[in-house]
Design a protein around this ligand. Structure first.
Ligand code: AMP
Ligand code: MG
Length: 423
């Protein structure tokens, strides 16, 4: 049977990176950068005060202490958002009242916080005119220099990075209003199964179950900034399936995901249906668990089709380990790399397949990443997902893995921020 590695190779041989588009920053969360993004501004844009207090000339405060305060006249005052209006021949003689974030006027080289001064006199507008300083200032004290965070030309994001909230903060701070991103592929999701009920208000009749795959697939994709349309449920009628697929093929949709009807049952009509419509089946079945019946096909005009098995966990594995790699390729992203974690308990399996296990990682008292394979690995069991924070990979070779072994895990979401690496 086809190994996972070969299945992945087949998937990654398909599809090219999609075209780029510019998005306003406001709409860019979750999108993938199409180019490197370099800054063009300084941050801070100007020398500014880190404290509410008084800008001073540091050498004029030499020796100042509580018992030996230095008295200075106040030359002026600036709040954040204002720019100190000093004439070109202005020479600082004393101190300048300044608020946090306000530009430090030319000629001053330190700020003394308000807690370390006394105001000795004020004018008729309550502005301080004379202060006494109870601590010595050193050059640069409490001044946030221009460009100490970012300078023009700084690398902000590599090409192929998902834009997360942290990036939004930096991009907004630097005035990056339009972000070049890769246009995400559009997906459609259909479920199959006569037993399925989509209406939550419906009281289940004998033999019926609720459709949990479509909501899962659609919302998993949405969490990654990818739109998948819910194209409803096919009640195991091949004609209706073909009709629906023909309709989707005429739309701007790059990938169709279906769940169910790809196994060996008498009503598993998808493989034949696809062939009848001219699709090329690139593979059907892989040596994995759960999700062995997974199917990947391409229609003549290039639309891709993933036939995910109906069992909820098999469909989840199909999405994460088969459909996502294709989506990542279309987005110009690198493929995900796993993280190593130490297996807490012995694990045995009954077949030389690759196992994708519902698992939870933790950090132990020694600071090591450890992983528990959760109870309830059957592919119909959804409850363990409520504890799951990663997929644990048990490789093909061998039927048992000893406690203490390092295995690969894929955290549920690691896609925002710099790539995680274990040196
Ligand atoms: P199938 O792959 O069609 O043979 O379905 C395998 C199992 O998954 C059966 O027990 C189905 O009832 C169940 N199943 C299929 N589709 C869904 C779905 N959308 N939501 C929840 N369970 C499903
Ligand atoms: Mg079915």
């Amino acid at each position: 049977m086809l190994s996972y590695k070969d299945a992945l190779k087949t998937i990654l041989a398909e599809a090219n990176i999609r075209e780029r588009q510019d998005l306003p920053l406001d709409e860019a969360l979750g999108a993938i950068t199409a180019t490197r993004i370099n800054g063009t501004e300084y941050l801070p844009p100007f020398h500014n005060s880190a404290m509410d207090g008084f800008a001073v000339i540091s050498h004029m405060t030499k020796g100042a202490s509580i018992s030996n305060p230095v008295t200075l006249a106040v030359d002026g005052s600036t709040m954040a958002g204002d720019f100190p209006e000093t004439s070109s021949d202005f020479i600082p003689k004393g101190a300048w009242e300044i608020m946090t974030g306000a530009p430090v006027p030319e000629g001053y080289d330190a700020v003394i916080r308000i807690e370390d001064i006394d105001i000795l006199a004020r004018d008729e507008n309550e502005r301080p005119t004379e202060i006494s300083i109870k601590t010595q200032a050193f050059e640069g004290k409490n001044i946030r220099k221009a460009g100490t965070d970012f300078c023009p030309g700084d690398l902000l994001m590599e090409k192929g990075t998902r834009i997360g909230p942290n990036h939004i903060m930096a991009l907004a701070a630097l005035g990056q209003g339009n972000i070049p991103v890769i246009k995400p592929p559009k997906l459609a999701v259909i479920s199959t199964g006569k037993e399925l009920v989509d209406d939550m208000a419906h009281v289940l009749k004998p033999g019926q179950i609720r459709n949990s795959n479509s909501p899962y697939l659609i919302k998993s994709l949405a969490a990654f900034g990818i739109t998948a349309r819910n194209e409803g449920t096919i009640f195991d009628e091949p004609d209706k399936f073909e009709q629906k697929i023909q309709e989707l093929l005429s739309k701007d949709i790059q990938i169709i995901l279906s769940s169910g009807a790809v196994s060996m049952g008498r009503y598993d009509f998808i493989p034949d249906g696809l062939k009848k419509m001219g699709a090329e089946i690139l593979f059907h079945k892989a040596a994995i668990r759960p999700g062995k019946p997974v199917l990947f096909a391409r229609f003549p005009k290039g639309t891709y089709f993933f036939g995910l098995p109906g069992n909820p966990i098999a469909s989840a594995v199909g999405l994460r380990f088969f459909a996502y790699p294709l989506i990542r390729k279309m987005l110009g992203q690198q493929q995900e790399s796993p993280v190593k974690a130490m297996l807490n308990d012995d694990f045995t399996k009954e077949s030389p397949f690759r196992f994708f296990q519902k698992a939870a990682f933790n950090v132990n008292a020694g600071g090591r990443l450890t992983v528990d394979i959760l109870p309830g690995q059957e592919s119909f069991k959804i409850k363990p997902l409520l504890q799951q924070n990663c997929w644990a990979i048990i490789p093909e070779d061998g039927l048992s893995v000893k406690a203490g072994s390092l295995i690969d895990i894929y955290p549920l979401s690691t896609d925002f921020g710099p790539n995680f690496s274990q040196g």
